[in-house]
Design a protein around this ligand. Structure first.
Ligand SMILES: [Zn+2]
Length: 497
């Protein structure tokens, strides 16, 4: 769907996706999610999960423990046999964005009570509350003030480590990350506006990913408009950025810029959903029921497959077997190549009217500005090996530790500088590493160096995490920043022969 064809949907009555048939359990939240007036606390979630554990196909376990001692729960539901399609939902990485968790608990309740709601070919995994410390405190960040959705490259936090343990073990074909955005942000309020969509979604679009997976993901995004409209929810493909018509708007998706959700590196379809919350409302959860309802529309569509399960499976299998392409993109950004004018929908707060604001600053095409030839392998110098070993193990990237020196032909990359400010010209995240790639030369790798081959299903994430010529990498984080100095070579070599 494009913005110009977005349909205006009257706010008709909300429709649930699954009937409220759970008599078996009596959770501490309303039987009908339309009656929700407050979010579900960690304690109520914990009691509810204990009550559904072992009911129907539902099994509950603890995957991790937060720094404040709370559990990161994992729910598994499968009707037996060898289900072919593995789905992972995870929610509330940001503690103050609870709607995805609440919707997932309703879905778990319904599957526990009525197992036939879960298709027999689906292996369902759910982490409903990634950040219970932040959730209980009402903060975006976790118990040690880390933003979990900026931690996906280095995985320093117990919550993100738990997530990626599940990702490595389950290898989901489809993963969904759940967030919320502020409908009545200050930028909109000063113009007398509120956001139009109830819910937005985007899929993977990193230019290194298999195009088959990007196409399959975008089909889900495109086809979400009609079912959300039928349930009374305005839907848009996810955008971030400033206000139309003067400031840039762009798509943003699971990617590794800034350490955002990077589950897509593991070859599956991967999505981000953001529902719209009215933060300035007199009752803070006044629109929670509406957000949860919009979430449930998307969740049940993913579970039910909506007619393209086989295409999705084929795309993911292809992606996981595809060798790396001949080039690795190192600098890419969203652009509007033809100065297309987009009518951006926004709500006039005073009247509720939907305005269509024409803008030529809506960036919808991913452009690659530079790329480097794909090397044969990467090598990491011994003094950085300990830190990189942790990183490689956390992402399940195979490597070899050299026990004897090895002579190779390799390219070093000299770090020119790290840019720690948001890039106002190109609208890009901070932490950009600016490097110069040197001419290939003979290098002797000492014993103790790490050797990372670029083959197999881990090659994509090895390239995304290690490629020294890339604009984004691990050096934006303190553990790796301490290993580098401007003017000196980065600790990762590109092996070319
Ligand atoms: Zn968020």
């Amino acid at each position: 769907m494009t913005l110009t064809t977005a349909r205006l949907v009257p706010a008709v009555l909300l429709l649930g996706c699954a009937s409220a048939t759970a008599q078996a359990v009596t959770p501490a939240f309303p039987a009908d999610h339309h009656q929700l007036t407050k979010t579900i606390s960690y304690a109520d979630m914990e009691a509810f999960l204990a009550s559904v554990d072992g009911k129907g196909p539902v099994h509950v376990s603890v995957e991790g423990t937060t720094t404040q001692g709370r559990s990161v729960f994992l729910v598994h539901a499968s009707r037996g046999g060898a289900p072919a399609f593995r789905i992972l939902f995870y929610a509330q990485q940001h503690g103050d964005e609870p709607a995805g968790k609440v919707a997932l608990l309703y879905m778990i309740r319904d599957i526990a009570a009525k197992p036939e709601l879960l298709p027999a070919d689906v292996d369902l995994w759910i982490m409903p509350m990634m950040n219970p410390d932040g959730g209980e405190a009402g903060t975006r960040r976790n118990g040690v003030k880390a933003d979990l959705n900026r931690d996906h490259i280095v995985l320093e936090q117990p919550e993100t480590q738990a997530l990626y343990r599940v990702v490595r073990r389950v290898r989901p074909h489809l993963a969904v990350d759940c967030h919320e955005f502020t409908r009545d942000s200050d930028e909109r309020k000063t113009r007398g506006w509120t956001a139009w969509p109830d819910v937005t979604m985007d899929g993977v679009n990193n230019p290194l990913f298999d195009p088959a997976v990007i196409v399959a993901s975008q089909r889900w995004v495109d086809e979400s408009d009609a079912p959300e409209a039928a349930a009374g929810h305005p839907f848009l493909r996810y955008t971030v950025g400033g206000m139309p018509p003067d400031e840039e708007q762009r798509h943003s998706a699971p990617d590794i810029d800034g350490g955002l959700n990077a589950v897509g590196m593991y070859g599956g379809l991967s999505f981000i959903i953001e529902s719209a919350v009215m933060r300035g409302a007199s009752a803070p959860s006044g629109d929670l029921a509406r957000r949860v309802d919009a979430y449930l529309v998307l969740f049940w569509r993913f579970v039910n497959g909506n007619g393209h399960r086989q295409e999705d499976l084929a795309a993911v299998e292809h992606a996981r077997q595809r060798p790396l392409p001949a080039f690795i993109p190192t600098n890419y950004l969203w652009v509007n190549p033809g100065m297309t004018v987009t009518e951006f929908p926004i709500v006039e707060a005073a009247t509720g009217r939907v305005l269509k604001v024409p803008t030529a600053n809506m960036m919808t095409v991913m452009a690659v500005k530079s790329a480097v030839p794909t090397p044969l392998a990467y090598a990491i110098e011994p003094k950085a090996a300990a830190d990189f070993k942790v990183l490689l193990e956390r992402h399940g990237i195979p490597f070899e530790e050299l026990t004897a020196p090895r002579t190779v032909r390799a390219e070093a990359c000299t770090l020119l500088r790290i840019e720690d400010e948001f890039d106002d010209v190109y609208s890009r995240y901070e932490g950009r590493q600016i490097v110069r790639r040197e001419e290939p030369a003979a290098h002797e790798l000492p014993a103790g160096s790490l050797w990372v081959p670029l083959e197999g299903e881990a090659a994509v994430r090895a390239a995304l995490v290690l490629e020294p010529a890339a604009m984004y990498g691990p050096y934006q984080y303190p553990r790796f920043r301490k290993l580098v100095i401007p003017g000196a070579p980065l600790p990762v070599l590109r092996i070319v022969h």
